[in-house]
Design a protein around this ligand. Structure first.
Ligand code: F6P
Length: 366
């Protein structure tokens, strides 16, 4: 029993995903049941720590939330305590300030002995800078992008793959009926894991990921080749971060007061126009967007989220502070939070999964 801990905080940062509530449930139930610790909820990620929106989490609030999408605590992907937008200058540009002292004051005012941070690379980067201020944290890797360094798997990813695969399956039949090219744009930022997995699961004819720049000519060749073999339609799974050889990513918008200002999106429409012009095959583009992040987690994510939440409390109980729970080679483990800060785990173009896709005849755009 770790007598250093009597009360913990929980926060959820960055983009939401299915399974966050399942982690909150596992964290709070393990903390209360096994160790008798009090739990406090911090609202809207690190924003709640900065603005002192911290309240006790009662048992009832954490019960019956296993299957619920989103996060009962709310989230924010704008609140980095070491670089927080406190206003705008006369040109409308954000004025950044380090407000970590303020966040630590609130951490101490509530007598928190540690905080469980459930988030992606941005949230872990924030936690790393708060560790420098003397806070105790433990991380749980969350994101549909599956791009957190040192973990083979993040919770939320498998549900997003299921949702995207279902969408690709559905466009398959309509593309075949209309003899069309249909591009389905998937999330994932700079990482192609979601597109690669959903693309393989749905038997997409072309899979385009950020890590392998595409050639429009090669994609046209694939469409022609399919036609030659009597297949008058083509399904293309394309990452929002995909880019042509020698080209750049398509940016949908810039969010000035977000530490990671760029939001990708729109590449499917750009490529649709090019393919239609070159192949004369009628083409459509579908952007799945936030549908991939919504709703109930799949069974595998429920189990993973529960294991991750439990493991986070075990780390605290064993005084292993400032560590991130990870999954490596199907085993739970942990690495220092600061070792994953400001990094993204990308697909290696030589990855076995890429080779498998190629072997079953998938065009990877190169
Ligand atoms: O990181 C998760 C993610 O869904 C990315 O796949 C996507 O690029 C981004 O968040 C979208 O962010 P927002 O919710 O701000 O539109």
């Amino acid at each position: 029993m770790n007598s250093d801990i009597k009360r913990i905080g929980v926060l959820t940062g960055g983009g939401d995903c299915p399974g966050i509530n399942a982690v909150i449930r596992a964290v709070t139930k393990t903390a209360m049941n096994d160790y008798g610790w009090e739990c406090y909820g911090i609202r809207d990620g690190f924003l709640g720590l900065i603005e002192n929106r911290i309240e006790p989490l009662a048992w009832d609030q954490c019960s019956n939330i296993l299957t619920r999408g989103g996060t009962i605590l709310g989230t924010s992907n704008k609140a980095n305590p070491s670089r927080f937008a406190v206003g705008k200058d006369k040109n409308g540009e954000p004025i950044w300030k380090d407000v970590r002292d303020k966040a630590m004051t609130h951490y101490r005012a509530h007598d928190l002995d540690a905080v469980v941070v459930i988030g992606g690379d941005g949230t872990m980067s924030c936690a790393a800078t708060m560790i420098e201020m003397g806070g105790r944290f433990v991380g749980v890797p969350k994101t549909i992008d599956n791009d957190i360094m040192s973990s083979d798997l993040t919770f939320g990813f498998q549900t997003a793959v299921e949702i995207a695969t279902d969408a690709l399956d559905r466009v398959h039949t309509t593309a075949a009926s209309h003899h069309r090219i249909i591009l389905v744009e998937l999330m994932g930022r700079n990482a192609g894991w979601l597109t690669l997995n959903a693309g393989i699961a749905s038997g997409s004819d072309v899979i385009l990921i950020p890590e392998i720049p595409y050639s429009v000519d090669k994609i046209c060749e694939k469409c022609y080749d399919r036609k030659l073999h009597g297949k008058h339609f083509t399904i293309i799974a394309i990452s929002e971060g995909a880019k042509p050889v020698g080209g750049v990513q398509t940016i949908k918008r810039r969010i000035a007061d977000s530490p990671d200002a760029i939001r990708l999106g729109g590449v499917a429409h750009v490529l649709r126009d090019e393919l239609e012009e070159l192949t004369h095959i009628e083409s459509r583009a579908v952007v799945l967007g936030h549908v991939q992040r919504g709703g109930s987690p799949c069974a595998d994510d429920r189990v993973l989220a529960t294991r991750f939440g439990h493991a986070a409390i075990e780390l605290l109980a064993n005084k292993q502070y400032n560590e991130l729970v990870v999954m490596q080679n199907a085993q739970l483990g942990h690495v220092p939070i600061d070792s994953v800060a400001n990094q993204q785990r990308l697909v290696n173009p030589e990855d076995e999964l890429v080779a498998v896709a190629r072997s079953v005849g998938t065009c990877m755009g190169d």
